[in-house]
Ligand binder design. Structure first.
Ligand SMILES: Cc1cc2nc3c(=O)[nH]c(=O)nc-3n(C[C@H](O)[C@H](O)[C@H](O)COP(=O)(O)O)c2cc1C
Length: 218
């Protein structure tokens, strides 16, 4: 009789424990960081535009990305307080200049001071080139440049997203790999890590997608 009671107690405890464990959501052991803009890696782009007087300006942006393949589009999200915001609204165009590590200091500077207060091209000694295709300048010294025509503006809150159709991509020959596209090892773009970590280089090549996926396809 006593043995029977102990056995049913053990069974009851096991059932209760498994029910409790099943109720714990997967991933509950992770620490919540809250609703913040942490989505590494964040790109570092230099957005160039003309102001009302036709002066070129550059600003650093990381809330950016490719958002459509056909038509090819990119989006950059800017605060209204930036000088670039008004420039893009007025000229309905901008260029995305993807800097290499050589331009890391320029990218830091262009993200701290405003074109409203200073001429960032003069300060950094970089050259503004007038685009033939869109009403915006690009940076001669930047190895990869994307010329964009504004096609949509989406007000999100603190930031407004400017969606630009890619009209052309221009690259220096020296960063083009064997397949004719920019090779990351030759270009050396870099990323920004939110949370005070700063800029990081890209590191080692991990593998081609087709090759890596094979592990689960065979
Ligand atoms: C790494 C980095 C990334 C940034 N990303 C953005 C961004 O995505 N959007 C934005 O509005 N400001 C961003 N900023 C801040 C602007 O670059 C900064 O306000 C700049 O002074 C604006 O320049 P402008 O007034 O000449 O347009 C970033 C700054 C840094 C350093």
């Amino acid at each position: 009789m006593k043995v029977k009671r102990i056995a049913s107690l053990v069974i009851l405890t096991v059932i209760t424990a498994s029910l409790v464990l099943a109720a714990v959501p997967a991933g509950a052991e992770k620490k919540s960081l809250g609703a913040r803009t942490i989505a590494p890696p964040s790109p570092v782009w230099l957005i160039c535009s003309y102001d009302s007087a036709g002066n070129p300006n550059m600003m650093t942006a990381s809330w950016v990305g490719v958002v459509c393949s056909k038509p090819p589009c990119v989006a950059v999200s800017l605060r209204e307080a930036t000088y670039t915001f008004g420039n893009i609204k007025e000229h309905e165009a901008y260029t995305v200049n993807i800097p290499s590590e050589k331009l890391a200091a320029v990218s830091a500077y262009a993200g701290i001071v405003s074109g409203r207060d200073t001429d960032k091209f003069a300060d950094t000694g970089l050259t503004a080139v007038k685009s033939d295709l869109v009403d915006a300048p690009y940076i001669e010294e930047c190895e990869l440049v994307i010329e964009c025509r504004l096609i949509k503006t989406v007000e999100l809150g603190l930031h407004t997203m400017f969606i630009g159709e890619i009209i052309d991509v221009k690259a220096d020959e020296e960063i083009l790999g064997e397949n004719g596209s920019p090779d990351p090892e030759m270009h050396q773009p870099f990323i920004w890590s939110v949370g005070g970590y700063g800029f990081y280089g890209l590191g080692e090549h991990i593998g081609r997608v087709g090759e890596l996926a094979k592990k689960y396809m065979e």
